[in-house]
Design a protein around this ligand. Structure first.
Ligand code: P71
Length: 459
């Protein structure tokens, strides 16, 4: 494929440090073989997440200087609200300092014990927030979405049959909302089609169930719709986004992704009574309704970021850079989730390391080796993140997908950095038979991957 050239030039640089293999071996041991616990300074290329790691534009940095830090009614709040309404089209806009707070506010207000929330695939914080409110997080993605080899263009789609069955078996009274995650992060950064969103919306309306989007990567999803769905090839990203959100009742958003900022998020919705209730909660835990835990300047940076992310030359480069990394790996026969997603390349760890069972965390073994060998940090989205004890049987349930995600920060790394990453993984793939599994030494009750400590198995 064509080498993707960056549609920007570099005005400020941040040096990155190189470390020796011996230093990295010491650091990873000290960190309990958990990449979240390594000082970021000791990482050469950091693909842990695309969240909050974007490089802001000169326009966004200029916006920071326009910060109005009034406690109430800052002018940046009005700009922020106007921008969100312009793109997303919902009536109320509630700023939060990041996405999971929007989730917490929404779920703690509308969920009660025994409720069920269907989603294509809940991301970890979403699942944890649903479960923390004693409700069930039900994944209803289409079967293709669980098959790393399937080339289906919209692998993030919800399975309408699974959704209908859920409504029938649990009853609509126990389903306070349906969610759609765009793009589907836990399933490989795969998009959801407009047609699927329309069908889910019709079903939700028929049963009087509100539909919410987890909108973190909405612009990337809209770009895929433009590329892959008939009838959208001549529409602008803004037009596609507006149509998409018109089918729902609200959204949660982590602006740390497609908001192109380092911190921020929001909740946006049409229901005035619900919005009032959530706003009162916001004031209790985040801050006043015109800043929600953010500085005025942060709100300005989000407003500008949300407009920039809709630009097609940016999105074209973004999606192509991710695909470029994926294709370099595929050329070497390395098993990845196909087609390549929007914000990340996902390695299929089950097939990369077939000799390590899921109970020994093959995904984690892979990211530990990638850091130790090359100073590259990736994240495990597999059994360390998602295995859990089934409440009924008491048995450990392993996730269907055992993935290692190489998430690409927006506008941060060049395509040459991607080559370095591809070469490092290729080298690891050649020596994969030497890699060993891990066992847990300590783990908290929920969201354990952030703080767990592990150790390598000897045999
Ligand atoms: C990502 C993250 C952030 C993260 C999470 C866990 C480990 C490492 C990094 C956050 C999401 C997300 C979706 C679909 C809600 C959130 C929470 N993703 N929904 O992918 O992807 O947003 O981080 O602003 O609270 O690395 P928040």
């Amino acid at each position: 494929m064509k080498f993707p050239a960056e549609p920007f030039r570099i005005k400020v640089v941040e040096p990155i440090k190189t470390t020796t293999k011996e230093e990295r071996e010491r650091l990873i041991k000290e960190a309990g073989y958990n990449l979240f616990l390594i000082p970021a300074e000791s990482i050469f290329i950091d693909l842990l997440t695309d969240s909050g790691t974007s490089a802001m534009s000169d326009n966004q940095w200029a916006g920071l200087m326009m910060g109005d830090e009034s406690y109430a009614g800052s002018k940046n709040y009005y700009h922020f609200k106007e921008t969100v309404q312009h793109i997303f089209g919902f009536k109320h806009v509630i700023p939060t300092h990041q996405g999971r707070v929007a989730e917490n506010l929404l779920f703690s207000t509308i969920l009660k014990e025994g409720d069920v929330v269907p989603n294509n695939i809940h991301f970890d914080t979403t699942r944890a927030n649903v479960e923390h409110n004693k409700a069930k997080a039900l994944d209803c993605v289409i079967d293709e979405g669980l098959d790393p080899e399937s080339e289906y263009p919209f692998k993030g789609n919800l399975d309408i049959k699974k959704l209908e069955n859920a409504i029938e078996s649990y009853g609509k009274e126990r389903i306070p909302l349906i969610m759609i995650t765009i793009t589907n992060n836990s399933g490989g950064g795969q998009p959801v089609s407009m047609e699927n969103i329309r069908s889910v919306s019709a079903l939700a309306k028929k049963h009087g169930i509100p539909l919410f989007f987890d909108a973190c990567r909405f612009a990337e999803n809209c770009y895929f719709i433009k590329q892959r769905e008939k009838g959208y090839e001549n529409k602008s990203i803004l037009e596609i986004a507006r149509e998409l959100f018109s089918y729902g009742d609200g959204c949660t958003m982590s602006a740390k992704k497609d908001g192109l900022v380092n911190i921020g998020g929001f909740l946006s919705l049409n229901d005035s009574k619900l919005s009032e209730e959530i706003t009162n909660m916001l004031i209790l835990i985040e801050g006043f309704s015109t800043y929600g835990g953010l500085a005025g300047r942060d709100l300005e940076a989000i407003s500008r970021g949300l407009r920039e992310v809709l630009q097609e030359d940016y999105l074209e480069f973004r999606i192509n850079q991710t695909r470029y990394l994926g294709e370099m790996l595929m050329e070497q026969g390395i098993p990845i989730v196909k087609p390549v997603g929007g914000h990340a390349v996902y390695i299929d760890a089950k097939r990369f390391l077939p000799h390590i069972p899921q109970s020994q965390f093959p995904g984690q073994a892979l990211i530990v080796a990638l850091y130790t060998e090359a100073g590259v940090r990736a994240v495990e989205i597999g059994s360390l993140m998602f295995a859990h004890n089934d409440q009924e049987s008491g048995k450990t349930v392993y996730p269907e997908l055992e993935l290692v995600r190489l998430a690409i920060p927006r506008r941060v790394y060049t395509s040459m950095h991607m080559q370095y990453v591809a070469e490092s993984i290729t080298e690891l793939y050649r020596n994969r038979n030497h890699l060993k599994g891990l066992t847990i030494e300590y783990a908290p009750d929920f969201l354990r991957h952030f703080t767990a400590r592990l150790k390598p198995l000897e045999n």
